[in-house]
Design a binder for this molecule. Structure first.
Ligand SMILES: [Zn+2]
Length: 137
């Protein structure tokens, strides 16, 4: 990944308050172990919530590295979108992910638990990043 792309991913991560563009779950940039500890998941599970640079218009469809084409998405959502021959458009994919997540059919059960406890319950204030541990747990 180029330095520019890393920089754009980091800035998207900050703008999105450390949450995945698609599933809305908290992600981590540097500290996988602390992230796993804070959310009560294993480091292997945490690997799937690593922040990655996501091209809204897929690279294979000619999408560029321009900042308006880059968002931060968790590794899980990013890789699933590009598994298909033709990546679904970002908005349809996001709706699909949110629907599956609400139905408990996206991410593993312990990761879905993060969604239930912290995201759905609104315990992660949108302006805070994952660097901050959720309070009251
Ligand atoms: Zn995600």
């Amino acid at each position: 990944m180029t330095d520019k792309l890393v920089h754009r991913r980091k800035s998207a991560y900050t703008i999105q308050s450390g949450r995945c563009y698609y599933c809305g779950l908290p992600m981590w940039e540097n500290d996988q172990k602390s992230f796993a500890r804070i959310y009560g998941i294993t480091t292997v599970q945490a690997q799937l919530l690593k922040s990655t640079a996501e091209h809204l218009e897929a690279k294979q469809d000619g999408g560029s590295n321009a900042s308006d084409n880059i968002v931060a998405a968790c590794r899980w959502c990013n890789s699933r979108r590009h598994r298909r021959k033709r990546a679904p458009d970002p908005l349809s994919y996001r709706n699909l992910v949110r629907k599956r997540l609400a139905d408990g059919r996206w991410h593993s059960p312990s990761v879905i638990e993060i969604y239930r406890r912290f995201v759905f319950a609104g315990q992660i204030p949108p302006e805070r990043s994952t660097a901050c541990a959720p309070s009251g747990t």
